[in-house]
Design a protein around this ligand. Structure first.
Ligand code: 13P
Ligand code: SF4
Length: 343
């Protein structure tokens, strides 16, 4: 299928289905997909949107699999599709449910006062685990609020799967270095000892996003500040804590967009996140604000969603594109998601 054919099909389908069809697009999608998205947002905004789509019958999620899975859990009465089910998230894959259950058992033998928090970039099974154990989901846009909620209820949090978002959030809430430990799922019993678990207020799963870490380095912030005196720097909190500490701000993709919007005419800003978004910001805000990439980083999984796959998914979806979640797992995952949406 050529690009023009794909565009024609997508336009026709949108016209004929009207409000019964909703196409959601994450900020990291390419311009050729964003052009057709009814809503564009970060993970939190898109999750909230899904729960409000009364007239929609069919939701096409242009993003990665855990996002479509979350949409399906939040809108069980709708048909949710993803144009390429192979669009996964390596970060989400770093926390397997069996490893999470093992960590919970080991930690539970030492302390009974732990709230599990999972970043939305995780499997639905890990979300369900949190739902069943008094825990909650968070996104990069609300992690600090969710941590505070959890820390009012227990002496520790177990945060999965992103070590950087976990550490950046814990630091922003004033936790000391010795109150933060990491659970390494590849080491025996996480590679932590009893004293470490007893002392910790935040136990962070050792997982990371290969797009944001270690590629967005503290040296990148130093060098752009040298080349462009006066430039502002904002990064996604999946970046290294040292990179975050050298930046002017850190936030989810929606918060990055708001930050760029808030800058005055003539400002320059370096943005440390996926290049599709940074490039779009630089087009949308010129000539008033000059937007530069802190480093050009691309998410290959997001890039799997292309107009031809979207067109095919609209007219003749195959079963693998339909996102279905087991009812019991969904019921438990929704508990953790609902807690987040209320915080
Ligand atoms: P946001 O929630 O900030 O949109 O981020 C999602 C993501 O996958 C970042 O890598
Ligand atoms: Fe996953 Fe990183 Fe891609 Fe986001 S940018 S979807 S965290 S791999």
């Amino acid at each position: 299928m050529t690009k023009d054919q794909a565009r024609k099909i997508i336009k026709e389908q949108k016209l004929s289905m009207g409000e019964r069809l909703v196409i959601l697009g994450h900020h990291y999608q390419s311009d050729e997909i964003i052009e057709f998205a009814d809503y564009v947002g970060d993970s939190l905004e898109l999750s909230r949107k899904v729960s409000q789509l009364d007239k929609a019958e069919k939701i096409i999620f242009c993003g990665v699999y855990f996002m479509a899975e979350t949409a399906s859990v939040l809108a069980p009465d709708k048909e949710v599709y993803i144009p390429d089910p192979k669009a996964g998230c390596p970060l989400a894959d770093m926390a397997g449910i069996r490893d999470v259950e093992h960590a919970w058992d080991v930690i539970g033998r030492i302390s009974s006062s732990v709230v599990p928090i999972t970043y939305v970039n995780s499997s639905v099974e890990v979300k369900a685990f949190c739902g069943m154990n008094g825990g909650v989901v968070c996104t990069s846009g609300n992690a600090a609020r969710v941590f505070m909620w959890a820390m009012e209820r227990a002496s520790k949090v177990l945060f999965m799967p992103d070590r950087n978002l976990g550490r950046n959030t814990a630091i922003s809430l004033g936790l000391k270095d010795n109150e933060i430990i990491e659970w390494d799922p590849s080491a025996k019993d996480g590679g932590v000892d009893e004293a470490g678990i007893k002392r910790a207020r935040a136990i962070l799963w050792r997982g990371w996003c290969p797009v944001h870490w270690p590629k967005l380095r503290p040296e990148d912030v130093n060098s752009i500040r040298q080349r462009e005196p006066g430039i502002k720097v904002i990064v996604h909190p999946e970046a290294d804590p040292l990179t975050v500490s050298k930046s002017d701000a850190a936030g989810s993709t929606a918060q990055i967009l708001d930050y760029v919007k808030s800058l005055g005419k003539g400002s320059s800003v370096a943005v440390g996140t996926e290049f599709n978004m940074v490039n779009r910001l630089s087009m949308d805000f010129r000539p008033n604000v000059r937007v530069l990439p802190l480093n050009k980083v691309l998410c290959e999984d997001m890039a799997r969603i292309t107009p031809d796959k979207l067109a095919q998914c609209l007219v003749d979806p195959d079963d693998s594109q339909r996102v279905r979640v087991d009812a019991t797992i969904a019921d438990n995952a929704v508990k953790a998601l609902d807690r987040m949406l209320k915080i």
